[in-house]
Ligand binder design. Structure first.
Ligand SMILES: *Cc1c(COP(=O)(O)O)cnc(C)c1O
Length: 232
C-alpha cells in the first residue's frame, strides 16, 4: 500500500531540500552550474492540493502525464503562476487541448502529433522524445528517425524546439543511456537547430547520472511527492 498522507507540507519541504542537495552535488561533480538545471516536480496521480502545497514552497514547474488529469489540475490551480509540463504519451486528437495549458510538451514522438500541434497563433516549447529501448510501444521516436522528426518540428509553426527528452530503460545502467541522448543531441539535433540543446532526462533514482550527461530538465516524482496513490 502507498501512503497518501506521506505528503504533508513539512515532508514536501524536506524532500525538496534533499533533492536540491542531490542536484547541487551532482552539478558540482560534473563541473556544472546547478542554476542551469531545472527541476520539474512530477505530480501525476496526486491531488491538486499537493500541487498547491508545492507552489507555496516555491515550486514553479510541474509535470503531468495524462491529459484529463493535467487539464483538471491546471484549471483548478489557474490562480497560481505554474508552468505545466506535459510528459506522457499524447494522442493527436488531444494535442490542441494540451496546448491550451501546457508551457512545454516533452513527448513529441511522431509526425502526426507535430501536425496536430501546429498553430499560427502562439508557440509552445517542445522536446522530441527518444526511445532508448527496442520496444516500439514505449514512448519516443527511434534514434534512426530522429533527424526527420526534428526537421518536421522545425518547419511547423507554433512549436519551439528546446531539445530532447528520454527515459532510461529499465534494467540497464542509466548513465550510458543518457550518454546516447547527449550524443544524439550533438550529432543530430544541434546541426539542424543549434539552440535546441536542452536535455529533459533524469528521474528520482537516476538524476545524478542524468546531470553527469548534461541534463537541463529533471522530471522528479516520488523523491519529492512520496509514493504515488494507486492510479484511479
Ligand atoms: C512519472 C514520470 C517521472 C517521474 O518519475 P519518478 O521515478 O517518480 O521520479 C518522470 N518522467 C516521466 C515520463 C514519468 O512518467
Amino acid at each position: 500500500m502507498t501512503d497518501v498522507r506521506s505528503a504533508g507540507v513539512d515532508d514536501l519541504r524536506a524532500r525538496l531540500r534533499v533533492v536540491a542537495e542531490r542536484v547541487d552535488e551532482a552539478a558540482r561533480l560534473a563541473d556544472r552550474d546547478a542554476a542551469d538545471i531545472r527541476t520539474i516536480v512530477v505530480t501525476k496521480f496526486h491531488p491538486a492540493s499537493l500541487v498547491r502545497d508545492l507552489a507555496s514552497l516555491g515550486v514553479a514547474d510541474v509535470g503531468e502525464n495524462r491529459h484529463q488529469e493535467a487539464q483538471a489540475k491546471a484549471g483548478e490551480l489557474a490562480d497560481l503562476d505554474l508552468r505545466w509540463h506535459f510528459i506522457g504519451q499524447l494522442q493527436s486528437k488531444k494535442a490542441r487541448q494540451v496546448r491550451a495549458y501546457a508551457s512545454a510538451i516533452h513527448s513529441i514522438d511522431r509526425a502526426a502529433l507535430v501536425d496536430a500541434l501546429r498553430s499560427d497563433e502562439d508557440s509552445v516549447e517542445c522536446f522530441v522524445q527518444v526511445n532508448l529501448t527496442d520496444d516500439a510501444g514505449r514512448g519516443g521516436v527511434a534514434p534512426g528517425e530522429l533527424g526527420a522528426l526534428v526537421e518536421h518540428v522545425l518547419e511547423t509553426p507554433g512549436l519551439e524546439l528546446r531539445g530532447l527528452m528520454a527515459v532510461a530503460p529499465l534494467g540497464e545502467p542509466a548513465r550510458p543511456a543518457f550518454a546516447r541522448v547527449r550524443e544524439l543531441s550533438e550529432r543530430v539535433v544541434r546541426p539542424l537547430a543549434p539552440t535546441a540543446a536542452d536535455l529533459s532526462m533524469g528521474m528520482s533514482h537516476d538524476l545524478e547520472e542524468a546531470i553527469a550527461e548534461g541534463a537541463t530538465h529533471l522530471r522528479i516524482g516520488t523523491a519529492i511527492t512520496g509514493n504515488r496513490p494507486i492510479a484511479g
